[in-house]
Design a protein around this ligand. Structure first.
Ligand SMILES: Nc1ncnc2c1ncn2[C@@H]1O[C@H](COP(=O)(O)OP(=O)(O)O)[C@@H](O)[C@H]1O
Ligand SMILES: [Mg+2]
Length: 306
């Protein structure tokens, strides 16, 4: 029987002034993978924050993100902002705290937040024109990403709310161990053990610990007027800056597979990081990801410590 692809759902909202509620393409997967309950709360949340913050709300950005509903909004004073209603998930817990601390230096400014059960609403500076850094050739992306990361890495103040990178790595290593039974990646047992041990051990041997973005890649950097490029969508943790180079490297798939050592050398140079330590992180992360993305096992084998 052919598989039917569900159409993007539209909801009739409780407020008629909202008309049909549009779900961006990338969020439609949420409908298919069990996040329906969260999706159906969206129109009500958008209506509440529109009222609380006096916003007129436009159509959501397309294709949008996979964990958030984001749309341009306008305030009565004419201010152009965006509203982001993000699904609660552990890595995103401190997005608002990070943006507040960075005060617009390399990342979008945050204007307000409101917590809901299962979701956080953020009122953010709008990036105009908002073109994704992905549109640029990858070598140019490397330089922008490196420039932003170096500005975002700062010492968090005493009493800060951010969790250590160790917590995220331990959680991901635990998840790997739960999944690895039925889904064994194409790596030998010794390499799997070394990679996961390293993924748990590296956070503790960092020379310095700074505020990290942890999810900075060229899809989370938008062109703007106030600065040429601004970071959006951070998942802040405190830990080893070397870790922060990985997300961009993993998104440069062709170069990563063709010559992962050369890509690591370039990013280590641009970010003033230790090349060998970045290779260890790349190996550990590729092993950890290989359970969901088996092609990363090939990269893990290329950069495995000898
Ligand atoms: N501050 C902003 N200004 C303009 N567009 C934005 C802004 N924040 C998000 N967007 C748009 O919404 C999309 C999804 O936002 P993002 O925060 O990356 O969500 P997700 O957490 O689901 O990845 C972006 O790809 C972009 O098109
Ligand atoms: Mg994103």
């Amino acid at each position: 029987m052919p598989t039917m692809r569900p159409m993007a759902p539209r909801f009739a909202t409780p407020s008629s002034s909202f008309g049909p509620f549009e779900i961006p393409t990338n969020l439609v997967c949420a409908w298919q993978d069990g996040r329906r309950d969260w999706l159906v709360t969206l129109p009500g949340i958008v209506r509440q924050v529109a009222e609380a913050w006096s916003l007129s709300v436009g159509s959501p950005f397309q294709p949008g993100g996979s964990t958030a509903w984001v749309a341009p909004v306008q305030r009565p004073d004419g201010g152009d902002l965006v509203v982001k209603v993000a699904m609660r998930h552990p890595e995103a817990d401190h997005e608002a705290d990070g943006l507040r601390l960075w005060k617009g230096e390399g990342a979008v400014r945050i204007v307000a937040t409101q917590e809901f059960e299962g979701a956080t609403a953020l009122l953010l500076e709008r990036c105009v024109p908002g073109t994704m850094l992905k549109q640029l050739p990858e070598p140019a992306q490397d330089e922008v990403i490196a420039g932003l990361l170096k500005r975002l890495w700062c010492d968090p103040p005493a009493g800060h709310p951010f969790r250590p990178l160790q917590t995220m790595c331990d959680n991901w290593a635990d998840q790997f161990e739960t999944k690895v039974g039925p889904n064994r990646p194409p790596l030998d047992q010794g390499m799997i053990r070394d990679g996961i041990e390293l993924f748990r051990a590296l956070p503790a041997s960092a020379e310095r610990n700074v505020l990290l973005a942890t999810d900075l890649h060229a899809g989370n950097v938008l062109s703007a007027e106030r600065e040429p490029w601004l970071a959006i969508d951070p998942k802040p943790y405190v830990g080893d800056p070397t870790y922060d180079a990985l997300q961009h490297m993993l998104s440069c798939e062709d170069r990563l597979h063709a010559d992962p050592r050369a890509l690591a050398a370039r990013m280590a140079h641009l970010l003033d990081l230790d090349h060998d330590r970045l290779l260890l992180w790349l190996f550990a992360r590729c092993v950890q990801e290989s359970v969901d993305c088996p092609t990363l096992a090939i990269v893990a084998r290329q950069v495995a410590p000898t």
